[in-house]
Design a protein around this ligand. Structure first.
Ligand SMILES: Nc1ncnc2c1ncn2[C@@H]1O[C@H](COP(=O)(O)OP(=O)(O)O)[C@@H](O)[C@H]1O
Ligand SMILES: [Mg+2]
Length: 262
């Protein structure tokens, strides 16, 4: 039996940005290590600027490390790979393509024409957009557009889905619906999910494990395993206790330090 794909290993990663405009360097990540198992749903929370996006971009292969190494299934990550899909907060749909064609885009690009029609229809229905299959992005609400982005990312069956605050721009109702869509996609596809969010409740509602990051320099300040079954009840005492624990840790992780080493 072959092992499932989608294992991410971050070993002692440090990322230093050179700020030539300030003649300074910025340590965005310092000695960050994490192990994420295939099919695991992990969230990363932390204040703005603590290096979350930089870390995700390193896993995506869009950013290089200064020290250390990031691995996917035992291979050092160098460059992007369709095995690792990325969804941002900003919508990145093609305005001139319909919902159906936006979702099919990645499959066509990957040369997967055979399974295309059936799979695209299945995804459209999974994200609840069957009635909008032939609509264009400008005819959709923000939540619907983000559902198309998710369906498009998942269409190529990435082993790892990297989500950088994908629901950040949505109102709280749409956001909660989308959280359920995400869980549905994850149950259906059993891929590894790495979600960045500044919404602690969202992280608790969705994840099996949460990493807490602290800023300046970006470090892992804590790790919380969650053993609650799905779907989770946001007002259960277990949920509330975990929320308090994370908020305490985040506050602790907020200690002031100088950002730039001039
Ligand atoms: N390309 C870059 N060049 C210089 N500094 C950068 C670059 N990308 C990010 N940074 C800096 O690195 C730090 C971490 O950024 P980021 O990873 O975007 O944090 P987060 O996603 O947690 O808000 C910030 O101080 C940011 O200004
Ligand atoms: Mg960010």
């Amino acid at each position: 039996m072959t092992a499932r794909a989608g294992h991410i290993s971050i070993k002692d990663v440090t990322k230093i940005f050179a700020r030539t405009d300030l003649n300074a360097t910025l340590v965005a990540l310092e000695s960050v290590s994490m192990e994420i198992e295939p099919t695991e749903f992990v969230s990363i929370v932390g204040t703005s600027g603590c290096g979350k996006s930089t870390l995700l971009r390193i896993i995506a292969g869009l950013e290089t490390v200064t020290f250390g190494q990031a691995y996917c299934d035992g291979e050092p990550i160098s460059g992007t790979n369709p095995k690792r899909g990325l969804v941002f907060q900003e919508h990145s749909l093609f305005p001139w393509l319909s919902v159906r064609d936006n979702i099919a885009f990645g499959l066509r690009a990957a040369g997967k024409f055979k399974s295309l029609a059936g799979l695209v229809d299945k995804l459209i229905s999974l994200v609840g957009l069957s009635e909008f299959a032939n609509s264009y992005p400008h005819q959709l609400s923000g939540g619907m557009r983000q559902r198309v982005s998710l369906a498009r990312a998942i269409a190529v069956s990435p082993d790892v889905l990297l989500l950088d605050e994908p629901l950040g721009a949505l109102d709280s109702f749409t956001r909660m619906n989308m959280q359920d869509e995400l869980l549905k996609l994850w149950h259906e596809h059993k891929n590894t999910m790495i979600l960045i969010t500044h919404d602690v409740d969202e992280a608790i509602y969705l994840s099996q494990r949460i990493y807490i990051m602290s800023p300046r320099p970006g470090r892992i300040a804590g790790e919380i395993p969650l053993r609650m079954s799905y779907p989770r009840n946001r007002s259960s005492s277990e949920f509330v206790n975990v929320r308090n624990e994370i908020l305490r840790k985040l506050d602790f992780a907020k200690e002031e330090q100088v950002e730039y080493n001039l």
